[in-house]
Design a binder for this molecule. Structure first.
Ligand code: FES
Length: 108
């Protein structure tokens, strides 16, 4: 389990890091209502993490994921970049599921 859906603000997000450098893996989950979406925490523009403040993945209006480095904005539901230096590119999705209120990595 990554977290409970109710642990996340609506809308809001949380980052997760697994392992140790150099095998470290970082991802984040964003909640939007009863749904949650997950992406690798790696901006397609300059390959940097999106959050410069931990767990702050959304823009001021809380309607887009925003990269803190150069301001690219991504749709929450599919990670597509709608503005910024990597417009037309997308975040790498991670398949998750919500089971009994728990956000989990989906089985493949
Ligand atoms: S690194 Fe994300 S917009 Fe440049």
């Amino acid at each position: 389990m990554l977290c409970r859906l109710s642990d996340l603000a609506d809308p809001g997000g949380r980052g997760f890091t697994f392992g140790q450098f150099p095998q470290q893996f970082s991802m984040f989950v964003v909640r939007q209502g009863d749904h949650a979406f997950a992406y690798v925490n790696d901006c397609p523009h300059a390959r940097s993490p999106l959050d410069w403040v931990p767990d702050q993945f959304l823009d001021h209006s809380r309607t887009y994921i925003q990269c803190a480095t150069h301001g690219a904005r991504f749709r929450i539901n599919d990670g597509y970049c709608v503005s910024g230096p990597c417009t037309g590119d997308a975040l790498k999705p991670i398949s998750i599921a919500i089971r009994k209120g728990e956000v989990v990595i989906a089985e493949v």
